[in-house]
Design a protein around this ligand. Structure first.
Ligand code: RM4
Ligand code: MN
Ligand code: MN
Length: 397
């Protein structure tokens, strides 16, 4: 491939690439041992939207922001107008809507999987309110993550809980309008440490299929056991038309919420490659929501997000460089070294110059991190927010 062909491919890939920012990635977060406070962290929904708008301005590929209902729209539907206008003010659109059925004290033993029908109803009502929010904000996706599970063997009826989940998710799918989707996320453990009701992609897929045609699976890259082959899951879900979206972050041990590609960028490349190869082979466009779900608590919030988006663009661009025809032929003839090298050649290409050219051609800064640092934004918000952040609660005790 000539370098002009490479540049063309990278431009084509980036023209079609968008990745959604999480509102919660701009606020103070921590671990279960405590929160680490940053002087510039966002302290309100308005500030989260402003920060996300800044990331979009310097990168150009983050036009939507994921919202967590309880944290960003605490008054439910009546907050929609304000959120909508704040998003517009910062050049954004509301993205996926994330119900919160894990924080209320009632959810100690679960939400949709709780043995108490009144608590299951409370959870479903919140989810249905979230669908109303989704409708009034014009969001396409409802993004569902459940903390449900149990901590000790024998303490819950796993089959009954599965059936309650099926009922709740069916009711959710029934409430969706045409064009809306619901994405079912899975996670093997934490906060539940014995069994989690939706523990892996198979359980998520069965429940999504039972729920109805608008339900798909959401793959959070941090929600797998050690050494799981995530791109194989991606390939299966693509083939089954059940892949709805991603939550990107990186992990070394478990759900570490580290910045995307910081530990294993080759894995993200392999995921993007499987999607690109599927699109090349089928001629179909994979209808996938790419989202970031990170809670980097040591890196500066906005810098980490700019770094993440830049990493995502680079890995997506690299995946666009794979020679699919050559790879398909090598796979067919079992030419192992040559097939693998199709991936390695693309992965080792330096795509940064072409990405800079692409950015400039769109009127974007060639270097997003530099543009952010030169903008004075961080100094301004640090001055505005540091007093508020200093008095925030950092201990969970
Ligand atoms: C979970 C999961 C969800 C996110 C919550 C806050 O681990 O990844 O997607 O909404 O964290
Ligand atoms: Mn997630
Ligand atoms: Mn997670």
């Amino acid at each position: 491939m000539t370098s002009t062909q490479q540049t063309d491919r990278i431009f084509g890939a980036l023209n079609a690439f968008q990745i959604e920012l999480p509102s919660w990635g701009f606020a103070n977060t921590g671990t279960r041992f405590g929160k680490f406070l940053q002087p510039a962290a966002a302290t309100s929904t308005a500030e989260k939207l402003a920060d996300a708008g800044m990331v979009h301005r310097v990168t150009g590929v983050c036009p939507t922001i994921a919202l967590h209902v309880l944290w960003d729209l605490p008054n439910g539907v009546s907050d929609c107008g304000e959120v909508q206008s704040l998003a517009a003010k910062h050049g954004l659109r509301p993205g996926s809507i994330n119900p919160n059925v894990f924080q209320d004290q009632n959810y100690k033993h679960g939400s949709l999987g709780n043995p108490d029908p009144a608590i299951r109803r409370q959870a479903l009502d919140h989810i249905l309110t979230s669908v109303e929010i989704q409708t009034c904000l014009g969001s396409r996706d409802l993004s569902l993550w459940f903390a449900d599970g149990s901590n000790y063997p024998g303490t819950q009826n796993i089959r009954h809980r599965r059936q309650w989940f099926r009922e709740g998710l069916q009711a959710t799918n029934a409430a969706l309008s045409d064009g809306q989707r619901m994405l079912v996320e899975y996670k093997p453990f934490e906060p539940a440490f014995y069994h989690t009701d939706i523990a892996d992609w198979g359980m998520a897929m069965v429940l999504a299929r039972e729920a109805g045609p608008q339900a798909k699976v959401l793959v959070d890259t941090g929600h797998h056991y050690q050494s799981q082959n995530v791109e194989q899951i991606v390939s299966w879900l693509l083939d089954l038309d059940m892949l709805g979206g991603f939550h990107f972050n990186d992990r070394r041990y478990a759900d570490d919420d580290l910045t995307m590609g910081s530990i294993d960028p080759y894995q993200v490349f392999r995921i993007f490659h499987e999607i690109a190869h599927y699109e090349w082979e089928t001629g179909k466009r994979a209808d996938i929501a790419y989202m970031i779900d990170q809670s980097h608590n040591l890196k500066g919030k906005i810098e980490a997000m700019v770094q993440t988006v830049t990493t995502a663009m680079e890995l997506f661009a690299k995946a666009a460089l794979v020679d699919h025809a050559k790879l398909a032929a090598c796979q067919q003839s079992c030419s192992l070294v040559d097939a693998e090298n199709c991936l390695k050649d693309a992965f080792s290409s330096d795509v940064r110059p072409a990405i800079r050219e692409w950015a400039v051609s769109k009127g974007l800064p060639a270097d997003p991190m530099d543009a952010f640092r030169q903008s004075g934004y961080l100094e301004r918000i640090t001055a505005e927010r540091s007093a508020r952040n200093a008095s925030a609660i950092s201990s969970y005790a």
